[in-house]
Design a protein around this ligand. Structure first.
Ligand code: CU
Length: 67
C-alpha cells in the first residue's frame, strides 16, 4: 500500500481525474482518494513510480511513500 500526496487535487473533478490516472496505470488498483487531505492511498502490484508518472502526466504531480 502506498500513500500519495497530491497537493494540486482541490475539488471533486480533480479527484475524478486522479482516480482515472491511477486506474490507467493499474486497472486492478484499489484507490482511496481523500480530497480533504489531498492524499490517495493505493493498493497496487505495479511499481508506485508508474502511478506517479501517470499522475504527473494527468497534471497532478505527487510524492508517495510506502505505508
Ligand atoms: Cu479540481
Amino acid at each position: 500500500m502506498y500513500e500519495f500526496d497530491i497537493p494540486d487535487m482541490t475539488c471533486g473533478h480533480c479527484a475524478g481525474t486522479v482516480t482515472k490516472a491511477i486506474k490507467s496505470a493499474d486497472p486492478a488498483a484499489v484507490a482511496n482518494v481523500d480530497l480533504t487531505e489531498r492524499k490517495a492511498t493505493v493498493e497496487t502490484s505495479v511499481d508506485p513510480s508508474t502511478i506517479g508518472a501517470a499522475l504527473d502526466e494527468a497534471g497532478y504531480p505527487a510524492t508517495y511513500k510506502s505505508t
